[in-house]
Design a protein around this ligand. Structure first.
Ligand SMILES: [Fe+2]
Length: 183
């Protein structure tokens, strides 16, 4: 599967632009994590890119979300490792996270929301003016971007990463595609 094929399929299945941006942001963080941890950048990036491809098709039904996504990814030619990571990023299925790829997707997913929210409260709403230390501060404010599950983000520890480093890596990764994210 090429990245373009993945993107084409996303465009066919996801109408919400913010959801597409979320998937692009997750891709960027996954690529950075692969670089940091010695994973396959293409495989990890495409896993992040595709992980919510079924979000609109399953319209919030957590019993089917990510099961369908894993199937769609397989049809596109994803490896079994990619499909597994997509499947178990939704805890509702009770499928344990086994590989580094599984664990990386799980903690990268909510970090995008926290960083996006940190940009949107800046006067210029730009990622370029967000500092890692302010994201770290916001992490501790439970009411800020409450949907960004802090416990899930903190599971970066399962990858041997300190929270501070993970936030810095995620911020840098998203700043690198700020244009695409419109931030
Ligand atoms: Fe997601």
């Amino acid at each position: 599967m090429t990245r373009q094929e993945a993107l084409d399929s996303i465009k066919a299945n996801v109408g919400n632009e913010n959801l597409v941006k979320h998937m692009l942001a997750t891709e960027a963080i996954m690529r950075a994590l692969a670089r940091r941890l010695g994973g396959d950048k293409e495989e990890w990036g495409l896993t992040g890119l595709l992980h919510d491809i079924d979000a609109e098709l399953t319209s919030g039904d957590m019993n089917t979300h990510s099961k369908l996504g894993a199937d769609l990814a397989r049809e596109l030619g994803a490896t079994e490792a990619m499909a597994h990571a997509i499947l178990c990023h939704n805890e509702a299925h009770g499928v344990p996270r086994e590989t580094e790829l599984d664990k990386a997707l799980f903690c990268a997913d909510p970090l995008t929301g926290l960083i996006t929210a940190a940009a949107l409260v800046r006067p210029d709403k730009r990622l370029a003016s967000v500092e890692a230390k302010s994201v770290k501060k916001r992490f501790k404010e439970k009411s800020f971007a409450a949907g960004a599950n802090r416990e899930q983000i903190a599971r970066c520890s399962e990858l041997g990463l300190e929270l501070d480093e993970f936030i810095e890596l995620g911020l840098k990764a998203m700043q690198g595609i700020a244009g695409e994210l419109g931030l």
